[in-house]
Design a binder for this molecule. Structure first.
Ligand SMILES: [Zn+2]
Length: 264
């Protein structure tokens, strides 16, 4: 890893407006007014010299819009704008196996795929039992994970693991059984890329659970863990779907400014 730290860029590929009362679990208990939130759909590019790595991949919104997402840029076009050839990406970390995070995994045919062991067990179990109907994942999205496994490119994570110098993943569960938190020693200092362990800033500030979870206690524990880790390391936490991240960090230069935010 270069002394200066790794380069981290967030790429926005979609968006939609949501209500607090819908996205926060049992929001009525807080006795607060409802309000709209700008939900953004992102993936993250991490560069270490010539090495290009991704956290998550986005998905093809026009091909199948799940919850009314509005497309901003397709993942292939977004990567092209950043000068990235998917075949040259050396590693893709999947925060979890929901459609909006692994939908384009098929593009990265040479990458080592880093996923939670519990995530793999949970979704491949459902697939085997023909239980994917109505879930936030389809078999087509799991195929590239299987392919990576067949080609010896799948790395399943069961505990805190440094997957590349300066990049560490932590299985936290909650939102999904094998949800991974990713920390990066970036050029601007340590970052915690929360992905869906925390979708919005309110969840970190107040430790409010999101409405979608496989284990509520695990989700609460994950939010506490994020705050403990941030306090211990001085890291800046980046929630996975919050439109306000783009207000707190500079946009990339040139044409990419519309979609890319420089986190580190
Ligand atoms: Zn998500």
């Amino acid at each position: 890893m270069s002394e200066a730290g790794l380069e981290v860029v967030q790429v926005k590929y979609g968006e939609r407006m949501v209500n607090r009362s819908v996205v926060f679990h049992d929001y009525a208990q807080y006795g607060l007014p409802d309000a709209e939130l700008h939900m953004e759909y992102n993936f993250w590019v991490i560069r270490d010299g010539q090495a290009v790595m991704l956290l998550d991949t986005g998905y093809d919104i026009p091909a199948r819009d799940w919850l009314g997402e509005i497309p901003v840029v397709s993942t292939p076009d977004g990567l092209a704008l950043l000068g990235i050839d998917p075949a040259g990406v050396s590693m893709v970390i999947t925060s979890h196996f929901h459609y909006d995070h692994i939908g384009y995994l098929r593009l990265f045919t040479n990458a080592r795929v880093v996923s939670g062991q519990a995530e793999y067990d949970y979704w491949f179990g459902k697939w085997r039992r023909d239980e994917l109907e109505g879930e936030f994942t389809i078999a087509e999205h799991l195929e590239p994970v299987k392919r990576a496994e067949g080609e010896g490119r799948l790395w399943l994570i069961g505990e805190e693991t440094e997957v590349h110098p300066g990049i560490t993943v932590y299985p936290v569960g909650g939102h999904c059984p094998g949800e991974l938190l990713t920390t990066v020693r970036s050029r601007s200092g340590p970052l915690i890329l929360a992905a869906d362990a925390a979708h919005f800033y309110e969840q970190i500030e107040n430790e409010w659970p999101f409405f979608a979870f496989t284990d509520l206690q695990e989700m609460r524990a994950a939010l506490s863990f994020i705050n403990e880790l941030a306090a211990k390391t001085g890291a800046t936490v980046v929630p996975g779907h919050d439109g306000r991240v783009r207000d707190r960090f500079p946009a990339a230069d040139g044409e990419a400014a519309r979609i890319a935010t420089v986190l580190g």
